[in-house]
Design a binder for this molecule. Structure first.
Ligand SMILES: [Zn+2]
Length: 294
């Protein structure tokens, strides 16, 4: 890659409010910056399309650390999460058409369809999308929101653990807005960098995993961002998420390996049996439901 291409990928101003930002710390060879005004956090060097395809090229769903460990083993937990969101949506929205962005195999989407929604998934990883098509009988498009082309309009665009991965946040949300019907909704779930757990962990917070994640939001920051696209917050909550032992160990291992003293503890993690579900109590995940007012 030549120097000019490199420079063009640097993000120095805040992608939400365009104000100046400062470098916070370096993680995985990426600088994480914070906006002077709204305190949004983001990576200085935005990943390229090639980085994105590398990230989602199979490894993400099977490798240790930043991605899901053996994602498919999480099926029952994702189904529970899908039921949770179908129920939450039921308080505010009548079922209609849904686009699930970053659908993975579509376990969450499948639960919505069983609650009266119709729709499809968009997923950058070919292999995992094929699983959804073949095993779950879902309509899936392989690709990213940044490059998504469709003439369809949806009542709901769902972005569960997706927005922090967008390599071009503005382009992605512009597309999301375009494909949302007037009066339609966005359901967004992401990590909360303003949570107590995130602040306690500081730079060792497990959600700081560039380049697979490029943005770290707070609920007010996200509300401000979606307002730029004409969306207004309707509801906000925190999902009750359960993790099985295998995923939990991976997250813990990833955190502990950051610290010299943590390494001996990694051995002890093998004492957690894989199939045991433990509640995820970090309190550092939130969701928001936003309605398009224009
Ligand atoms: Zn900002």
């Amino acid at each position: 890659m030549d120097l000019d291409t490199n420079l063009s990928l640097l993000q120095l101003t805040c992608p939400i409010c365009d104000r100046s930002s400062v470098r916070l710390f370096r993680k995985n060879d990426y600088w994480i910056r914070e906006c002077d005004r709204c305190h949004h956090q983001f990576t200085e060097q935005q990943p390229t399309t090639k980085d994105v395809s590398d990230i989602y090229d199979g490894q993400y769903f099977q490798g240790d650390g930043a991605g899901y460990v053996d994602y498919l083993a999480e099926a029952d937990l994702l189904q529970q999460l899908g039921q949770y969101y179908a129920e939450q949506l039921g308080f505010y929205v009548l079922p209609g058409s849904v686009l699930d962005v970053g659908a993975a195999a579509g376990f969450i989407l499948k639960e919505l369809l069983q609650s009266g929604w119709q729709g499809e998934g968009l997923e950058p990883n070919l292999r995992i999308a094929e699983f959804g098509q073949q095993q779950l009988d879902l309509k899936m498009t392989v690709g990213t929101l940044e490059n998504y082309q469709t003439l369809e309009r949806f009542d709901l665009v769902m972005m569960i653990q997706a927005i922090q991965h967008f390599y071009n946040l503005k382009l992605a949300l512009h597309t999301a807005s375009r494909v949302t019907k007037p009066g339609g909704y966005w359901l967004i779930e992401t990590w909360d960098r303003s949570s107590l757990w995130a602040r306690m962990r500081g730079r060792n917070w497990h959600a700081y995993t560039p380049p697979s994640r490029c943005h770290w939001f707070s609920p007010p920051g996200l509300e401000r961002l979606v307002a730029e696209y004409g969306f207004q917050e309707i509801a906000r909550g925190s999902p009750s998420k359960w993790m099985n032992g295998q995923y939990r160990k991976s997250v813990l291992r990833y955190q502990l390996m950051d610290k010299g003293w943590g390494k001996p503890l990694v051995q002890g993690l093998n004492l957690i049996p894989d199939p045991v579900k433990t509640p995820y109590l970090g309190g550092d995940i939130f969701w928001g439901l936003y309605q398009k007012t224009v």
